[in-house]
Structures are given as C-alpha cells and as structure tokens.
Design a binder for this molecule. Structure first.
Ligand code: HSE
Length: 338
C-alpha cells in the first residue's frame, strides 16, 4: 500500500467537500488503487493543524467539526512555516481562493509545496492565472505533479479529454459551457425566475463562487478558457487577451423571447484557431437545437472540440457543485500516483 500524506489548504465549501469525499472514498482507493490518502495537515488563514504520520493515519477527526475550537488547532500556524522537506512527501491540495492578478495567497503556498518536493492539486485558479509557465516548469523540472482539473471546469473532464483522448489530433476550435452558475441562471430564467432569484438559488446550492462577480461577469469562463488554451496549445496569452462578456444586463424577457424562437442563450468560452493566431473569447451566444451544447441545462457544463481527424467530440455533464470539484481533485490525486 502506498501511503500518501495530504495537506489541505482552505476549508470553504470545496475544502469541506474534499474532506468529506476523502473519508468516504478512503477504503475504496485502498482496495482499488492500493493508495492510502490520509490527512496530515489542514490550514486556513486563521491557523492550522498538523499531525505526525502515525497519528494522522489512525485518528481522523470529523470533517464538519469547527476546527478552531479543537485542542489540536494552532491559531496563527502558517503553512509556509511548515518544514515540509523533513516529511515524507505527499500532496498539497489547494482549496483557497486567490487573486487573479497576483495569484496570492495561493501562489506562495504552491511555490512552497513544489520547492519542498510535494505534488500539488489545486482548485485555486489565481496562482495559475498569474504564473502558469513558471509553476508548470517548476513542477516538471522537479518531477512533480501539478494538476488543476478543478480549475478547468472540474467534474467536466475538459482537460483530460483534450490532452489524452484527443492526443495527436489538431484541435481547430473549442466551445464550452464552462461555468455552471451562469448556465444555471440562464436555465432558471427560462423558467420565469428573475436574475436575482436565480442567483440567490445558485449561491445557496454552492454553485456560484464566493464572489459571484467572477461567474456572472464572465471572469470564471475567461479563466477556464485561458487555462485550457495555455495547456492545450501552449499559448502565452493572458487574461487581458480574452474578449469577455457576461450576463450583466440580461433580462428575463430577453431569455424568454429566445426560448419562444426554439433557441437557447448560452455563455460560451471559445478558442478559435486562425491561420496565424488564436482568438479567446467569452460570448453570449444564441444556440439552435442543432448545436451539441443546446441541451446543456442547469449547473451542467459541456465542451465541444472540433478536430481534424476525429471530427466533433462533445462531452456534457460534470455539474458544478462542491462535491464535483472535490471529486475532480481526487481524480487528479489518483492520476499522479497510479
Ligand atoms: N463557480 C463555478 C461554476 C465553479 O459556476 O462553474 C468554480 O469554477
């Protein structure tokens, strides 16, 4: 059995779902993959907890407990002060939320983990938006895994399909419904809800980002399309290069009138490959029922690749919610170690 310590940074909705799933699936992973993932540390901005390997493997606290009130909780303990190099290496899981401009605070955590020889799985997009090339090079040269499915539409296997299933093809165009929140809002507005009512629902279900501006203004889709473009095509484009629009200003009447024409309004992330350049955009698009993404409803997502040799390949599903994001992180962890 391969014993793999896990340190979790961040315990918001995604971090919490990750802990729940880690416990739920631990014995399955042992049986199926011969991998024993066990929680050795957990950190929030307020402090942290860290156990010896033996203690961590035996004693698992209940993940929904209030960490700060526990005797093991060390207020003010900072992940950056942890001498990771003295421990058997494992995987650091980032479920923090960082600035898309500076990448902090996640960037410092990610650099610290890689510098000390730990693999990283991140749901925090900030560090990747700010310093993608540096971080990928650092991981590669150190022979470490740096995986980020949770940043490229999470439970929808967008990146895996592009890099593995479509290997050897030329991908000519990518179109995706990559943000569950906006698709959820548009679907609920089709059923007569106002924009505000639909947004409240999405927040209650944990689909929307803590700051929903990232979703509704198209930033989240822009980030996902940027990370996909960088990963698939090796582009050095930045977030400013993504032409972007969001849902702001869309009325329920507009959505309803599109539905009455038998069409659907969708927020698409698009990569268009032109002879000498790539165009990245986030665009509100009216789709007819002939389009493969027409039927993507609610918090479901979908991505459609147009290729030279495998024609059009579409994947649909992977609803946005904390459990789906957590499952994507666990998938990345498994794929680092098997
Ligand atoms: N808020 C995002 C979504 C999930 O609605 O799809 C995190 O990227």
């Amino acid at each position: 059995m391969k014993e793999i310590p896990v340190i979790l940074l961040g315990k918001g909705q995604v971090g919490q779902a990750f802990l729940n799933l880690l416990i739920e699936k631990r014995s399955l992973y042992q049986e199926r993959y011969n991998l024993d993932f066990f929680l050795q540390g957990i950190f929030r901005s307020t402090g942290g907890a860290f156990w010896s390997k033996q203690r961590a493997r035996e004693a698992f606290f209940y993940p929904d407990e209030q960490l700060e009130s526990k005797t093991f909780w060390q207020s003010g303990l900072n992940f950056l002060d942890l001498p990771l190099e003295k421990l058997a290496p494992g995987v650091v899981v980032l479920a923090t939320v960082s600035s898309l401009k500076t990448g902090e605070p996640g960037l410092a955590y990610l650099r610290h983990a890689l510098a000390q020889g730990w693999h990283v799985v991140t749901a925090d997009k900030g560090p990747l938006v700010a310093h993608f090339a540096e971080l990928m090079t650092s991981a590669r040269t150190s022979g470490l895994g740096l995986k980020y499915s949770a940043c490229t539409a999470a439970a929808l296997p967008a990146l895996d399909v592009a890099l593995t299933a479509l290997a050897g093809t030329e991908i000519i165009r990518v179109e995706g419904i990559l943000n569950g929140t906006t698709n959820y809002l548009l679907t609920r507005m089709e059923s007569g809800l106002s924009y505000e009512e639909a947004l409240r629902e999405a927040q209650q279900k944990g689909i929307a980002e803590p700051d929903p501006t990232r979703d509704v203004a198209g930033w989240d889709t822009a980030v996902k399309i940027l990370l996909l473009a960088r990963s698939i095509f090796g582009l050095e484009m930045s977030l400013e290069d993504v032409q972007r629009e969001g849902l702001t200003g869309i009325s329920q009447e507009e959505v309803e009138s599109i539905v009455q024409q038998g069409k659907a309004l969708k927020l698409l992330g698009i990569i268009e490959r032109q002879p000498n350049k790539f165009i990245l955009e986030v665009k509100l698009t009216v789709l007819s029922s002939a389009h493969p993404l027409f039927y993507v409803r609610g918090a479901e997502k979908g991505i459609c690749f147009t290729t030279d040799t495998m024609s059009q390949v579409t994947v649909i599903g992977g609803r946005s919610d904390p459990r789906g994001a957590a499952a994507a992180m666990l998938k990345d962890m498994i794929n680092i170690f098997i």
